[in-house]
Every structure is written in C-alpha cells, then in structure tokens.
Design a protein around this ligand. Structure first.
Ligand code: DLZ
Length: 157
C-alpha cells in the first residue's frame, strides 16, 4: 500500500483519552521508529498513553482485546511483517488484519492500524518515521485512533 492520497495531518486533541500502544518485536529498527512516531503524536495530543510489547504481529489482536477490557478508549497496533523473511507472510498478515478488525468492531472502539506488510526491509525504513523516511506510519496510526475515538464519542452523544 503506498502513501498516495493520505490526508494531511494536523494536531488532534487527545485530552481525557486513554490509549494503549501495542507493538510487536520483529524487525527492531522499524518497530522502534513506528513506536516513536505514535508516541510523538499521543504526547502532543495530551492523551494518556502506555506502551506494551507482544512477541509478534499475530499477538496484537488478543492484546488489543485485553486493552479494551481494561478500559482503553483506543489502541494503536504496530507491527512489521516482511515477505522476504516470512514464509507464512500471507497467513500472518491476514490473521493480524482480520483479528484487529474484529476486536475493534466487538469493542466498538478504534484500533489505529500501524502494521506494515512489506516486500523488503527498505520499504519499512521508508515508512517508519526515521531520519530519511518518506512516511511516518506510527504517527498516522496514532492520529487515526485519536480522531476516530473522538468521532465515536460524538456519535454516541
Ligand atoms: C513467525 C513470524 C515470522 C516468520 N515473521 C514475522 C514477522 O515478519 N513479523 C511479525 O510481527 N511476526 C512474525 N512472526 C511471529 C508471529 O507474529 C507470532 O509471534 C508467532 O507465530 C508466535 O505466535
């Protein structure tokens, strides 16, 4: 998925929101870039936020479920799956995406989706908000989670 057509970003008010960032541990440099980007946005927004780590992307959904059970208003899910190094790329990518979608719908609360599904490591470096990166997918996922939490609160009155 390319970043073409992505909305321009602007500050979001996250005051009063409890957000849990959940990140996998595969592909450390890229993962750390995603986490830093998400934390930058959450900190600037004024949201209360915590970070937990899970082994891999496959575990993001069940951890997100626990975060919502614990009262989180939103989750930011961060992971890195690279086709070249992952024999079960399609399975892990689909299970992660489907799992996070289901958890968000079951909870009625947003999961900012910051799971990169990549052909190679360079694509991840380009998207991880690092020095020289073209995109900052961790920041985008955090912003999406905050904005959607606000929309949901507005719709519920
Ligand atoms: C097993 C596995 C592989 C091969 N590759 C990745 C990957 O590129 N990115 C990632 O986040 N996780 C990977 N995993 C681990 C699975 O997500 C999961 O943690 C294990 O299968 C244990 O349930």
């Amino acid at each position: 998925m390319s970043g073409a057509g992505a909305p321009t970003t602007s500050p979001v008010d996250g005051t009063g929101l409890r957000v849990v960032v959940i990140a996998g541990t595969w592909h450390e440099v890229i993962s750390n870039g995603l986490i830093a980007g998400a934390q930058r946005v959450l900190e600037a927004s004024g949201a209360e936020h915590t970070l937990v780590r899970v082994p891999g992307s496959f575990e993001l959904a069940v951890a997100a479920q626990a975060a919502f059970a614990g009262g989180a208003d939103a989750v930011v899910a961060l992971g890195v799956i690279i086709r070249g190094g992952t024999p079960h790329f399609e399975y892990i990518s689909a299970a992660t995406t489907d799992g996070l979608t289901r958890v968000a719908l079951d909870a009625g609360r947003p999961v900012g989706f910051g799971v990169l599904t990549l052909e190679d490591e360079q694509q991840g470096l380009d998207r991880a908000g690092l020095a020289g990166s073209k995109e900052d997918k961790g920041a985008e996922a955090a912003e999406a989670a905050l904005r959607t939490a606000r929309v949901i609160a507005q719709l519920r009155g």
